[in-house]
Design a protein around this ligand. Structure first.
Ligand SMILES: *[C@@H]1O[C@H](CO)[C@@H](O)[C@H](O)[C@H]1NC(C)=O
Ligand SMILES: *[C@@H]1O[C@H](CO)[C@@H](O)[C@H](O)[C@H]1NC(C)=O
Ligand SMILES: *[C@@H]1O[C@H](CO)[C@@H](O)[C@H](O)[C@H]1NC(C)=O
Ligand SMILES: *[C@@H]1O[C@H](CO)[C@@H](O)[C@H](O)[C@H]1NC(C)=O
Length: 426
């Protein structure tokens, strides 16, 4: 079936009821998702703000100068960067497992022994325009004295590592801050006085999480939908560029608070609460987040990144799902799974509602809709090569597969091609 994004968007409400029931059933399959790095309660409650000293930018960020070469292909007025295809890229990635120190071991697929390398030789090609490859030197030059903040869950961490790796071909960043659990972190490029922060805030709103290191939870998440997570709001005005994202964590069992009252929950059969579902909580949380942003008087550039799909086949994270593909697929060969589509539809709807007010208020808010280009890369995940040489000792050993995060190097590097283009050409 051919993907038609706009149509999905419209059909959303009709299919809502059925999908919701399916979603709720799926929730029963204990979402141990990915998020092996999450935390226990105490660390959440005791977490300090990454940047206690609240400095206000002395001058608003300058508009980025466009320094185009005369001979470059003229771009269409409004090129849709998010619709396109993956095409062969014989040049391959900018960096390797050898050259970049920032790669999380679970995503260092080459180093972990992934045998195929074909997934490294593709680039994203928007249908209506040329997308130049990410140029780390030019990017760093443009970002002199600037600060970026990537705010979100472990996919945002995956993304920040990709960006650090691409930039490391010019200069290695120095880590200048990390919190106790090494979740939120900050790096500085000394020669450019350029700072990148990663702020771990998987819900963007306040939460109390009762999970151990393996993602096994002892109780529902307590979600405070109308209280934004101070970890990012405290430093929000200090950032020239922000990419925020959320999504997947809302699929976990949670009790919802709003206006200091418990209003309902998502998948909490043991509690006598109204089952409002994650559609309710994700929408509410995004509404509060977007309302904060559009009324913030922020002078920089803010990207709202859509959540990205997983590619588990024959199961899920916790039930033996796999991702054996070794090449990208075409739009008509794959469909977004229901849960991913739910998240995406909420994101698009809430963004569309918020965008006019952002523009009235002079807040530069852009949608970074990376869902489709990511959907077409089922080959880009670590799979079993999440672990170091998983079958070295026992060929039949059962290992955890990861079909959600991305190998580094890998398809997620192309996100930076798109972002650079949006920064350069608005
Ligand atoms: C990179 O991966 C290769 C295998 O492709 C491995 O031999 C090498 O040790 C790795 N290097 C680093 C620095 O991880
Ligand atoms: C480095 O950049 C920050 C803004 O991010 C600015 O406040 C500071 O003055 C800069 N430092 C130097 C030495 O230029
Ligand atoms: C919040 O709760 C208080 C009382 O508990 C009520 O007076 C107020 O109207 C509520 N506000 C909203 C926005 O629901
Ligand atoms: C569940 O809540 C409803 C209304 O809040 C109440 O009428 C009912 O008695 C409760 N049931 C149990 C088993 O506590």
């Amino acid at each position: 079936m051919k993907l038609n994004w706009k149509q999905w968007f419209r059909n959303f409400q009709n299919r809502m009821l059925l999908k919701l029931m399916i979603a709720i059933l799926l929730m029963g399959l204990a979402f141990r998702l990915v998020f092996f790095r999450s935390t226990g309660l105490s660390s959440v409650l005791e977490e300090k703000s990454p940047f206690p000293e609240k400095t206000v930018l002395s001058e608003p960020p300058q508009p980025v100068q466009v320094q185009e070469n005369e001979d470059q292909v003229p771009r269409k007025e409004k090129c849709d960067l998010f619709t396109g295809d993956w095409i062969p890229n014989p040049l391959g990635p900018l960096y390797t497992n050898r050259s970049c120190q920032s790669i999380e071991s679970h995503q260092n697929c080459m180093n972990n022994g992934r045998p195929d390398t074909g997934y490294l030789y593709w680039r994203w090609n928007p249908r209506d325009c040329e997308l130049p490859p990410f140029d780390p030197e030019r990017f760093l030059e443009m970002m002199r004295h600037k600060t970026w903040g990537l705010i979100g869950d472990s996919i945002s961490r995956n993304h920040v590592q990709s960006l650090l790796c691409m930039l490391s071909t010019v200069e290695e960043a120095v880590e200048v801050y990390h919190d106790e659990q090494y979740r939120s972190r900050r790096w500085h490029f000394t020669s450019y006085n350029f700072t990148i922060s990663y702020i771990w805030s998987p819900f963007l709103v306040e939460s109390a999480i009762f999970e151990d290191f393996n993602g096994v939870s002892t109780s529902e998440v307590e979600l405070y939908l109308d209280k934004l997570d101070k970890k990012w709001t405290d430093i929000y005005q200090n950032m020239d560029y922000i990419i925020f994202s959320s999504g997947k964590w809302f699929l976990k069992s949670a009790v919802f608070h709003e206006n200091n009252t418990v209003v309902g929950c998502h998948y909490c059969p043991k509690r006598n609460l109204t089952q409002l579902g994650f559609v309710f909580s994700y929408r509410k949380a995004l509404q509060y987040v977007l309302n904060f942003i559009v009324t913030s008087n922020h002078k920089g550039l803010i990207f709202f990144r859509t959540s990205t799909p997983d590619h588990f086949e024959n199961g899920e994270w916790s039930s033996g799902g796999i991702c054996p593909k070794t090449a990208p697929v075409k739009e008509d060969e794959i469909e977004l799974k229901d849960l991913n589509r739910f998240l995406r539809n909420i994101e698009l709807e809430e963004f569309e509602k918020a965008a006019p007010e952002a523009s009235r208020n002079g807040v530069n808010l852009k949608l970074l809709d990376l869902t489709l280009l990511s959907l077409l890369r089922p080959d880009g995940h670590p799979g079993v090569y999440r672990e170091f040489h998983p079958f070295a000792e026992d060929k039949n050993i059962k290992v955890q597969t990861d079909c959600l995060h991305w190998c580094l190097p890998g398809p997620i590097d192309s996100w930076n091609d798109v972002i650079m283009e949006m920064v350069v050409n608005g």
